[in-house]
Design a protein around this ligand. Structure first.
Ligand code: FMN
Length: 253
């Protein structure tokens, strides 16, 4: 069954004029858009209350309007709000994480030096996934210490069209962040769930969700009403920025 989008708002016909929204002046507070960006935090505990469908549709709309290389819009969304299905996906990923931990974690695996060998191979084949942070999280999920969707009642899965122009993973990241910021602005909590990629170590979920070439499931977004208020603005690492102007370079923070 196909339904048209009903978000109860008009998409603005023309872009706002320069300076029309928030004109900067010395000593100005963070404006509402900046606050949404700075205050957003990943939420890992949700209320047992479903998000109204209209809000989910507004969030998808924010994703749809993301910029993309050559305007190729290399994404597709799947919304899952079926509790049982969410739990099944969670169980599936936990089981796969257990297998990965058994195969690759040479410090704990009964496979001993074979696990070390497999981990060396894994580090070459999927260096980003074998980074200590996701690898540590794999063990936490395997041990049931980290949830996959954190009890969120709605999950948005983002598929990437692998034929997208130039850099589809970047486009998909921007698209997801649009949705995450829109959700935060609507009083909802979100968490990126990169671990949905574990579905690729099997066929069950790609089949069930109808994920087919040229699409690939790359990210998930857990969505719901946060339990308690997220931490708000947390400091980030200060990064040096090389700043070129008037023929010379400065370093700024
Ligand atoms: C691409 C991506 C994948 C992520 N995957 C997960 C995940 O699988 N599980 C999780 O709990 N958090 C995940 N996160 C959330 C990060 O851990 C989080 O953004 C980071 O620690 C910074 O915290 P903040 O979002 O509260 O600012 C992911 C974030 C990104 C951008």
């Amino acid at each position: 069954m196909t339904e048209t989008l009903d978000v109860e708002t008009e998409v603005p016909e023309k872009a706002s004029q320069e300076g029309e929204m928030y004109t900067w002046h010395e000593g100005m507070e963070w404006n509402p858009v900046e606050r949404i960006i700075l205050e957003r935090r990943s939420v890992r505990k949700y209320k047992d209350k479903q998000v109204p469908e209209k809000l989910v549709r507004r969030i998808l709309e924010a994703g749809r309007f993301a910029p993309s290389a050559g305007n190729s819009q290399p994404w597709k969304f799947i919304v899952v709000r079926d509790r049982e299905m969410i739990e099944d996906m969670e169980k599936y990923v936990r089981l796969r994480c257990k297998v990965l931990k058994f195969m690759l974690n040479w410090q704990t695996s009964p496979l001993g030096k074979f696990a070390w060998l497999y981990s060396q191979m894994g580090a070459r084949l999927m260096p980003n996934l074998m980074h200590p942070i996701p690898f540590g999280a794999t063990a936490l999920i395997a041990d049931g210490k980290l949830k996959l969707f954190h009890g969120a009642p709605t999950v948005i899965l983002i598929l990437m069209d692998t034929r997208g122009a130039a850099k589809p993973p970047v486009d998909v990241g921007i698209c997801g962040q649009n949705m995450i910021l829109a959700a935060h602005s609507l009083g909802l909590g979100t968490c990126w769930v990169g671990f949905v990629e574990v579905f690729k170590f099997g066929t069950k979920w790609n089949k069930k969700l109808g994920v087919q070439w040229p699409y690939r499931l790359v990210e998930g977004i857990a969505l719901g009403y946060p339990v308690a208020k997220p931490d708000g603005m947390i400091e980030r690492e200060l990064q040096e920025v090389d700043w070129w102007e008037d023929g010379r370079k400065r370093t700024v923070f």
